[in-house]
Ligand binder design. Structure first.
Ligand SMILES: [Zn+2]
Length: 281
């Protein structure tokens, strides 16, 4: 994550699939409205393929903790319009995507737990990023979630920067699971942008979160001890797009763009569970 700014569907009712496809279709219909950057953009053809039901592999509902990055006074990255005013805030976009992902997970038979439900921070002093992250991790841990997915979008001082990254923590006893989850999320976000929008996002791939402030503990937890209570389950952190890039900010501001990202993350989660070793199912 660039921190200078601080930054398939299983067996579900047909009406849900129809609603999802309709949402994506409406989004494609909005594409010609984008004129700010003058970038050429040819809409794609079909949504990502549907995957096998997680419930076929295991009748026990999987629990997915969703951590919407930032909150309260911590806005994360922001986008400025041509007049120099903030017109998009990462904190809000993350929460919107997280809510859409939670709805999709529930429709697909999962238990979804948002570590923060609203715009407010969980701690009295949200300026203390570590305490805020810890409060979110505590919610995930108390939910006994199977996995943790942190939702972020990137930011950088150079607005030409764009693209998609997923981070994982290699300093855990379940590091291989972190990596497997991160790879599945990254793959489906990149293919989702391509297949649904015809947008070739810059694929920065899966990266270690070790460099982040406070190490992996900043969001994903590690085993370095101290007074912090690390996350107890495999996790990954997505940086879907750049809030500071004009075009990608436009995508992130669209309801259809948020739905696309939520659908791609769901696909990645499905693949993660479906490809788990038999002994882990
Ligand atoms: Zn962020």
């Amino acid at each position: 994550m660039f921190t200078r700014r601080r930054c398939l569907v299983p067996r579900v009712p047909c009406r849900i699939i129809t609603a999802c496809l309709l949402s994506l279709t409406l989004f494609v219909g909005l594409l010609p409205q984008y004129r700010a950057s003058g970038e050429a953009w040819q809409p794609g053809t079909a949504p990502a393929a549907l995957s096998q039901s997680a419930e076929e592999a295991n009748p026990r509902p999987r629990v997915v903790a969703i951590l919407p990055g930032h909150g309260g006074k911590d806005s994360g990255a922001v986008h400025y319009n041509a007049a120099g005013k903030v017109d998009l805030v990462e904190r809000d976009v993350n929460l919107a995507i997280a809510r859409k992902l939670a709805a999709r997970l529930k429709a697909a038979g999962y238990v979804a737990v948002l570590t923060r439900e609203g715009d407010d921070a969980l701690t009295p002093n949200p300026g203390d990023a570590m305490r805020e992250v810890q409060a979110n991790l505590d919610v995930a841990n108390s939910s006994n979630a199977d996995i943790l997915v942190a939702i972020h979008n990137n930011g950088f001082s150079d607005p030409s920067f764009s693209g998609t990254t997923t981070y994982y923590c290699p300093n855990r006893e379940f590091a291989s699971e972190n990596l497997r989850l991160a790879r599945a999320l990254q793959k489906h976000m990149v293919s989702g942008f391509r297949d649904v929008m015809g947008y070739e996002t810059r694929d920065y791939g899966v990266q270690s979160a070790n460099y982040k402030p406070y190490g992996c503990l900043y969001t994903l937890g590690d085993d370095r001890g101290g007074t912090f209570r690390a996350s107890k389950m495999p996790g990954a952190l997505v940086e879907a797009l750049f809030v500071t890039n004009d075009f990608e900010a436009w995508v992130l501001a669209q309801d259809g763009g948020q739905e696309l990202i939520a659908a791609a993350i769901l696909d990645g989660i499905q693949e993660y569970f479906d490809s788990a070793p038999i002994s882990a199912r």
